[in-house]
Ligand binder design. Sequence first.
Ligand code: SF4
Ligand code: SF4
Length: 189
Amino acid sequence: MTDHQHSHGLPPKTSGGLIPGLIKGLVMTAKTAARPSHTAEYPDVQPELPPRTRGVIALLEENCTSCMLCARECPDWCIYIDSHKETLPATTEGGRERQRNVLDRFAIDFSLCMYCGICIEVCPFDALHWSPEFEYAEFDILDLIHEKERLGQWMPTVPPPPALDPKSAEPQEIAAANKPVRTAPTGSV
Ligand code: SF4
Ligand code: SF4
């Protein structure tokens, strides 16, 4: 070691740690070689996946309001949504017309998706769900863009939601549905 090397902050060369390190490596290799292997025999044997596996994203089209929240939050920009507005006539005389979004296109490019689940988390209307299905590899990468029809076909494979904790509060929707109907007090106009 020269003064020149020390002046540049280089560590001193030693061979003290080389032999124990080599032995440690050989011991680890021997241990690993003796361990029984667990080869997954896929596709002959299907893997046992947890029910909440992130396999593919399913779309419940009737719940989607084209709000674009999922597309805006997707870190990979791999959700494509097209929609147009439709005017609904007033339901009562003198009432106002209403507008609603009509979904023209909803697609997810699974060649870009990183399965983070953000789109599913942010959807305010429960239109997106995880399905454990994972066998949709394609020869053509463009076929990994699933349009809304194909995304909808995954819905029957979505597992039902887990049961509520018995001590949890009643969901707001059920509480609202069970509320007694208010009747006008007798004698009021
Ligand atoms: S899982 Fe993540 S990356 Fe994939 S579409 Fe949803 S937000 Fe985008
Ligand atoms: S899937 Fe959900 S978040 Fe995405 S556009 Fe439809 S309603 Fe909005």
